[in-house]
Ligand binder design. Structure first.
Ligand SMILES: [Zn+2]
Length: 135
């Protein structure tokens, strides 16, 4: 069995700090496309632009891949979610698994998977071009 470097209780802040520097260089906000995040001690990590919350957990299910992390974005704290510069997450939350070490990270999977109904906003994507006929 793979052993975790972190205990399972109360360690999310430690994990966040452990991964923050290069992981947050890699990540972007799927709600607005921003690459800027800020870390509020004891509160968590939030998108600088839209305040979407980001949670980092060490992924437990890849034996031998101790760099795998699970990143969850949540709309609960998002500001102005229904502006046209934002895209709401499916059911308000989306997770992605990031594998690989510093400088070589890649996204292993999204949950739920991007599909015809939803795709993560890409950095630099211009959402104002999009026809949004939501009611
Ligand atoms: Zn954002």
């Amino acid at each position: 069995m793979a052993t975790s470097k972190y205990t399972s209780d109360g360690s999310s802040l430690e994990v966040t700090q452990r991964y923050s520097e290069d992981l947050f260089d890699f990540l972007w906000c799927p709600v607005c496309g921003s690459r800027e995040f800020h870390h509020i001690v004891f509160e968590g990590v939030f998108c600088e632009a839209c305040n979407t919350q980001v949670e980092i957990k060490q992924a437990q299910d890849k034996a031998g891949t101790d760099e795998a992390v699970l990143v969850t974005f949540s709309n609960e704290t998002t500001w102005n979610l229904h502006k046209d510069s934002r895209r709401e997450l499916p059911e308000g939350t989306v997770s992605l698994k990031v594998i690989g070490g510093p400088g070589a990270r890649e996204i292993d999977m999204w949950h739920p998977s991007p599909d015809d109904f939803w795709e993560p906003v890409q950095p630099g994507e211009d959402l104002t071009d999009e026809d949004s006929d939501e009611d």
